[in-house]
Write a protein that binds this ligand. Structure first.
Ligand SMILES: [Zn+2]
Length: 125
């Protein structure tokens, strides 16, 4: 018996999609899930935090350093990480590389690119 792929129905646009290997084209062009995903890709390409990341940083407050995966051979190239820095943090000043997180096997590929301006959502160096 061949494996049956379980499709789900998008609550936002009613299209069917495959969870876990979702393609944007599976959603209608005006689907909010697709628009949000496209916005996130745009943010990544422009080297700024996604709406969701920015919201989290605003809620937690303080100063945030931005790190971007610069390894071009990585499927995560361009992906960003953010690290809170300041007097009450592990890092008072941003380190050149994102601290290694062994549990996720990541960190060293992410280089410091600048500080996040929480008002504009842009990264300034
Ligand atoms: Zn959709």
């Amino acid at each position: 018996m061949p494996m049956k792929k379980t499709k789900k129905i998008c609550e936002a646009c009613g299209n069917r999609y495959t969870p876990g290997q979702e393609k944007l084209e599976e959603h209608r062009p005006n689907c909010e899930i697709r628009l949000e995903a496209e916005d996130d890709i745009k943010a990544m390409n422009e080297g700024r935090p996604t709406k969701g990341s920015l919201e989290t940083m605003k809620q937690r407050g303080g100063r945030w350093a931005a790190y971007q995966n610069k390894a071009l051979d990585s499927h995560n190239a361009g992906h960003m990480q953010f690290l809170k820095v300041g007097e009450d943090c592990t890092y008072k000043e941003p380190p050149a590389r994102y601290p290694i997180d062994n549990s996720h096997g990541m960190g060293w590929r992410y280089l410091f690119v600048g500080m996040v301006d929480l008002k504009t959502g842009l990264v300034t160096s």
